[in-house]
Design a protein around this ligand. Structure first.
Ligand SMILES: *Cc1c(COP(=O)(O)O)cnc(C)c1O
Length: 372
């Protein structure tokens, strides 16, 4: 792509492959990896990440929406794909056609799907709400009514069952264990009444890193595949080495000296104390570079330099330690020479979690891939 503005995200696909190898080394051979590439691969780009993950040893993919699964099929990806969210019953026709596995948890939903003619078999995974309180069946009663509806349709196959933990990334494990137990009770009932083979999966990144032996047939590997730790607690335990795949860069487009008492940006929130060099960078909250990042720093020439004044929609100013030429590289996230800004520093400053940052850095900033 031809850039007319030198602001770009670089995705190191070798880091994605590295992170998958790290988790596979911890998992027993019987637990396979589902690479979670929802929300456009957590903002990294779902298609290149999916392709790299599959060549690096992932067996399947998961997304949140059917739209996201269709996009992967259109890119000639033939691996199994699971949609994690609720899909309208009428969309089952398209899912069956494209061999996309859907998540379900409602008997009414099944009854409606049963009223459509499916050209090909439809694969379904049953979601159990063991305590997340989001989606899934919670009782034996729901399980039995669903099994009854399933038996009525010969073109619908139950191929898997799963649950999701609310506190897998926290040091305290009582609630996690309670959820696991609730899931296992329903699972044993299901197995009593369902003879077919089932893919069972319970763990996201945090669970897989903490309890690799307990993961059943698959793990759903999201944040850690991108080289980000699910939480500080998981990171501090040092159980896995991860490489951050995402970096964000730009260039200085204007450099000037201002006088003591001069101010920078909207609201004049920054005033120079002396003669200072100020650089302007073409990135702003219109790109998802949040206004909250005011007061944080960037890397220029391998040094941390402060962002000064309010972040605008399309531009951000920094205080330089000297004059630099227009075109000097600026790094917002990632490595420059021997210096590094971790995604976690950005999310901490923005008072959010690392998951959110690459998701909100939007498509106005092109993604450039290394290791394709
Ligand atoms: C997003 C998601 C995951 C991946 O979680 P990470 O913490 O990113 O590993 C796993 N399972 C479900 C149901 C999800 O929605």
């Amino acid at each position: 792509m031809e850039l007319h503005r030198y602001t770009w995200v670089e995705i190191d696909l070798e880091a994605i492959a590295y992170n998958i190898k790290q988790i596979k080394q911890k998992l027993p051979i019987t637990s396979k990896v589902i690479a979670v590439v929802k929300a456009d691969g957590y903002g990294h780009g779902s298609i290149p990440v999916a392709k790299k993950a599959l060549t690096a040893g992932a067996e399947a993919l998961a997304v949140a929406l059917l739209e996201e699964a269709i996009e992967l099929r259109k890119a000639q990806i033939t691996a199994p794909i699971l949609v994690l969210g609720w899909v309208p019953p009428e969309s089952a026709v398209v899912a069956a056609e494209l061999d996309i596995t859907l998540t379900f948890f409602q008997q009414d939903w099944l009854d409606q799907v049963n009223s459509y003619t499916l050209a090909k078999p439809l694969k379904l995974h049953l979601k159990v709400d063991s305590g997340m309180g989001r989606i899934g069946i919670r009782s034996e009663k729901e399980l039995y009514s669903i099994l009854y509806a399933l038996n009525k349709n010969k073109s619908i196959y139950l191929t898997g069952v799963y649950t999701h933990f609310a506190t897998a990334d926290e040091p305290e494990s009582a609630y996690f264990l309670q959820q696991k137990e609730r899931f296992e009770i329903l699972l044993s009932k299901l197995k009593q009444h369902w003879a077919g083979e089932l893919d069972i999966h319970i763990g996201n990144s945090a669970s897989a890193i903490r309890l690799p032996e307990d993961m059943y047939d698959y793990i759903r590997f999201g944040i850690a595949m991108y080289g980000l730790y699910p939480s500080k607690a998981v990171k501090d335990k040092g159980e896995i080495d991860l490489k951050q795949a995402f970096s964000l860069h730009s260039n200085l487009v204007h450099v000037k000296q201002i006088e003591s008492g001069d101010t920078v940006s909207y609201g004049c929130t920054y005033t120079a104390n002396e003669k200072e060099w100020i650089g302007t960078i073409p990135i702003g909250y219109g790109d998802g570079w949040l206004r909250k990042m005011q007061g944080f720093s960037v890397l220029i020439n391998g040094k941390r330099l402060p962002i000064v004044g309010r972040i605008c929609m399309d531009q951000t100013m920094v205080r330089l330690d000297r004059a630099y030429p227009v075109g000097t590289k600026v790094t917002f996230i990632g490595r420059q020479d021997d210096t590094f800004i971790a995604m976690d520093e950005i999310s901490e400053h923005a008072e959010t979690i690392n998951y959110e940052i690459p998701c909100v850095i939007n498509k106005r900033i092109p993604r450039i891939y290394k290791g394709l």
